[in-house]
Design a protein around this ligand. Structure first.
Ligand SMILES: NC(=O)C1=CN([C@@H]2O[C@H](COP(=O)(O)OP(=O)(O)OC[C@H]3O[C@@H](n4cnc5c(N)ncnc54)[C@H](OP(=O)(O)O)[C@@H]3O)[C@@H](O)[C@H]2O)C=CC1
Ligand SMILES: O=C(CO)COP(=O)(O)O
Length: 355
């Protein structure tokens, strides 16, 4: 490998994009960051601060921000795309003229495109047709990364070069990068957990306790894994950082935007008010709708996603939904050991001809 510093481009000026840009610069890379807001770009270059998304964070001064795609992507070896799912494809299209097959292209975005139920790395693939594609996902609250709290993430790609280059670019003494070759599972985990983070924030605001949070998280994991199996992902991935790891952090912390939306709903805000007050994207609001529809279409049992959908979009009170879920059909704890159908059959047998 050459002694030249790696050249990293980050597309997006949000909190995670900014934290990753700064880590790469700390590791000696030449880093350029693209954002559409010229005032914010000027502030990053002048004050080495992102006043809108991470005001207290001292960005490595070597990070150069720009609103000009060509300047940011020129010569880049690694491109990290940190843009909300709704705008992801559009931004990749803007970047496309300066992308080439030798580059490593990585999504950091935990969301789903409505048309075709596509994850972001699929969009990278569709828009470029290039071979080095990956995703970063894991328990990664950007605010904590900015405080240099010890953190781990996952780079997932079936391309070993992508995994290795990202581990080199971003791994440091407070940010540890684990590798996976289950890109789809890792990416799906990051998107799905946002649903349950909203539910957990809501439960906390309604005064529900730690038993409840634990039940919610564990049943969420069962539901996520069930969906993953149906979609062809490896359910074992959900035992890792991008599954249970990310579920724990986002269901436990008001630093998560999805959790905060849930909290606001639990405190009595409408969905519109909660989203407006957040002022940033909480991907879970859209994801719950898409996953609920997909689960119905494919016949996957997802009572929590269905319940949250009804609370968010059909006006069912959260307490009433919680009661209905508690009184639902008794089921199996770990379905990979005892199937739901076996439990159901045992109940039918018990009711028997006399039942
Ligand atoms: N924040 C976090 O803690 C974590 C986030 N992630 C994931 O990483 C992704 C990036 O997160 P994060 O860095 O927080 O950023 P955000 O998701 O908050 O996105 C903000 C950035 O995207 C830009 N943007 C939004 N819409 C458009 C558009 N139509 N065209 C161009 N730019 C646009 C914003 O520009 P503007 O300011 O001008 O609107 C801003 O630069 C998210 O999707 C999230 O799922 C993953 C782990 C942690
Ligand atoms: O994904 C995250 C932490 O891993 C961030 O979650 P939010 O998008 O809810 O802030």
């Amino acid at each position: 490998m050459s002694d030249e510093p790696m050249r990293v481009a980050v597309l997006g000026g949000g909190s995670f994009g900014t934290a990753l840009a700064s880590i790469a610069a700390d590791n000696g890379a030449r880093v350029r960051q693209w954002l559409r807001d010229p005032d914010l770009a000027a502030q990053i270059n002048r004050e080495h601060r992102n006043g809108r998304y991470l005001p207290d964070y001292a960005i490595n001064p070597a990070v150069v921000a720009s609103t000009v795609m060509a300047e940011v992507l020129e010569g880049a070896d690694l491109v990290l795309v940190a843009i909300p799912s709704k705008a992801f494809r559009d931004v990749v299209r803007q970047a496309r003229p300066w992308l080439h097959a030798g580059q490593i292209l990585v999504s950091t975005t935990k969301g789903i495109q409505e048309e075709g139920f596509k994850l972001m790395s699929r969009i990278l693939e569709e828009e470029t047709g290039f071979p080095h594609i990956g995703v970063i996902s894991g328990p990664n609250l950007a605010t904590e990364i900015a405080q240099k709290q010890l953190t781990a993430t996952v780079i997932a790609s079936d391309d070993p070069e992508t995994r290795t280059r990202v581990q080199t670019a971003l791994g440091c003494d407070y940010f540890r990068v684990y590798a996976s070759n289950d890109r789809y599972g890792v990416e799906l985990g990051g998107a799905l957990k946002n649903i349950y983070a909203i539910a957990a924030g809501m439960a906390a605001a309604l005064g529900m306790g730690e038993n409840t949070r634990s039940m919610l998280m564990t049943r969420a994991l069962a539901e996520m894994s069930r969906f993953a199996v149906d979609q062809g992902a490896n359910p074992m991935t959900f035992l890792g950082l991008a599954g249970v790891g990310d579920l724990i952090v986002t269901c436990s912390s008001s630093l998560s935007r999805n959790y905060r939306v849930g909290q606001a709903l639990g405190e009595g805000s409408t969905l519109d008010e909660a989203v407006e007050a957040l002022g940033q994207v909480a991907e879970g609001v859209n994801t719950v709708r898409l996953v609920r529809d997909k689960a119905r279409e494919d016949g996957v049992y997802m009572p929590l996603a269905e319940g949250l959908y009804q609370v968010l979009f059909e006006g069912v009170p959260a307490q009433e939904m919680a009661r209905m879920l508690m009184l639902g059909e008794q089921s199996s704890d770990v379905e990979f050991i005892l199937s739901r159908e076996d439990v159901r059959q045992a109940h039918r047998d018990d009711e028997g001809p006399h039942g």
